[in-house]
Design a protein around this ligand. Sequence first.
Ligand SMILES: [Ca+2]
Length: 257
Amino acid sequence: MERCRFSCSFTRYFIVFLFLLSVINGQDSSQVAPDGGFLKREYSLTKPYSSNGMTMPFWDFRDNAMLTNNYIRLTSNHQAKLGSVWNKIPCYLRDWEMQVQFKVHGGGRTLAADGFAIWYTKERMTPGPVFGSRDEFHGLGVFFDTYKNGPQAVTFPQITAMIGNGTTKYDHMTDGKINSVGSCLASFRNKDYDTFVTVRYVKETLSVRLDIDGLGEWKECFIVPGVKLPTGYFIGVSAATGDLADNHDVTNIHRQP
Ligand SMILES: [Ca+2]
C-alpha cells in the first residue's frame, strides 16, 4: 500500500511535469533562447520580417516605420517623419559585429535630410531629436547624416560615431563633430542598389566599413581603439526627416559574435 501511494503520487507528478513541458514546448519556439547561448538570428532582421505584417519575433518598430515584404521603411520621403526598429533582446556578447543593408533615396538630388542612425544603447524605443531617437543616450550611435547643418567645407553625406554617457548631447549644429570618435564622408544616397555597412566592436576597438559601390569591396570609414561599451544594451536603427526628406529603408540586419 505504502509502495503504491509513492508510485501513484510519483506518476501524478510525472504527468504534471510532462504537461508543463508540453506547455513550454508549445510556446513560439522562435522566441525561446537556445541552451548554452544565443542564436545569431535573435539579433538578425531578415526577410520574411513578419508572418502577420504587424509583429516580428525579435524586433519592435514604432512611429512612422512600416513593414513591407522587401524592406522596413523607417521614414517615407515626406517632411517631419521619424521611425525606428529595435531589437527586443539585450546583447551580452562582449565582441560583436553588425551588418546593416540599407537604401536612402529621394527626389532631392543633393538636398535631403536628416539621415538615419545605428544604435547600441541602454535605451530603446524612445523617439527623439537625434535621427528619430532620444538624445542623452548611453552607448553607441553611428549617424548617417545627409544634411550639413555646420559650416565645414565638405560634401555630405557624412558618417559620424559618438559614445554617449547619458548626459552628453548630440550637437546638430556641428553635425556631431564635437563629440565624434570617428567619421568619414560617404556618398550613399540614391544608389541603384542597396548599400552595406558593418559596425564592428572587438577588443574595445570600434570600426565602421562600407560597401557603397555595390562591388562587394569593403572600404574603411574609421577605426578607433580604446572604446568602452558595456554589455546588455540593445541594437536599433532609427531615421528622421525635417523640412527636407528621404526614404530611409533597412533591408537586413545581421549580427554575430
Ligand atoms: Ca546634419
